[in-house]
Design a binder for this molecule. Sequence first.
Ligand code: UDP
Ligand code: MG
Length: 336
Amino acid sequence: MATVPTYSLVVPVFNEAENLEVMYRRVAGAMASLGENFELILIDDGSRDTSLQIMQRIHHQDNRVGYISLARNFGHQVAVTAGLQFAQGQAVIVLDADLQDPPELIPDLVAAWRQGYQVVYAQRLSRQRETWLKRVTAYSFYRLINRVADVPIPTDTGDFCLMDRQVVNVLNAMPERNRYLRGLRAWVGFSQTAVTYHRDPRLAGRPKYTFFKSFVLALDGMISLSRVPLKLATYLGLLTALLALGMIGLVLYWRFVYVASPLIGYALITIAVFFLGSVQLISIGILGEYVGRIYEEVKGRPLYTIRQVQGTGQPATPPGPVSNGQPPQPITNPHG
Ligand code: UDP
Ligand code: MG
């Protein structure tokens, strides 16, 4: 692209063939009202439908649209990370391909950016027609993570946001592989503000996030932002120690004050064994979650691999190992 665009739109796409054309038209319409140049970067996250062909078609119609095709499905957060690395704009806007994030809100995000805010995140007021389970779990998750996270994450925000070039550069330079972006976005600081909106139902197709994927995302967020779960083992240990003391008291009381039944002893022992066993397993499990993520970081593999790139600029240095004293290696030659 010849001139650096003012805005970059980063849109992760996984099997969104039914939505891409409408999404493109609505984005182009919303951007036209701003009257400045923009680039639309579609990241094909290993789609198995015709999404890539549609992207290629849109790219040929409109050279403001570029696409990156990842070599397989790497997940939403990695797809967005790839898009952020290729984005050239002064302001970068991240939105979903299924039109749950209305492009018509972009001028409002831009207005806040023009006022000097460097991160403008869209905060949802409603979740139309999302399942009861999704609403309850999302609600509880945001309340829980804010009790334990090192930095507060604004409630009911997703990845839909505008970020200033300076913020995107910082995110691109962050080496970690566990990319819970709304957490990293909160962590980096800068002047942040919210713009509220009503979250629409998905235009077409089924959600690509299964309940399990959402659970994994929540766990990633929790663990990347907080060490409280690690301390949980200590607290549980203290609690069981107290309980054990209580039980000693109880047994002594029964032995000397009451005439005890021998069966009570068995029951106490069984309960104690099960209780301690579960506390230990939970604690080991928590350790495992952290150790597993340390292992991921240490391996230092590229975050994603690319099959094809069309119509975007050169990527920023991708996140990679920095601790081994060598500069991060580029992932692939995007134009090769
Ligand atoms: N997505 C992706 N890779 C995945 C899953 C989802 O790029 O492995 C994209 C998807 O195409 C959509 C966005 O991420 O543009 C959000 O996904 P979805 O709508 O399924 O999530 P939800 O809105 O239900 O949280
Ligand atoms: Mg969606």
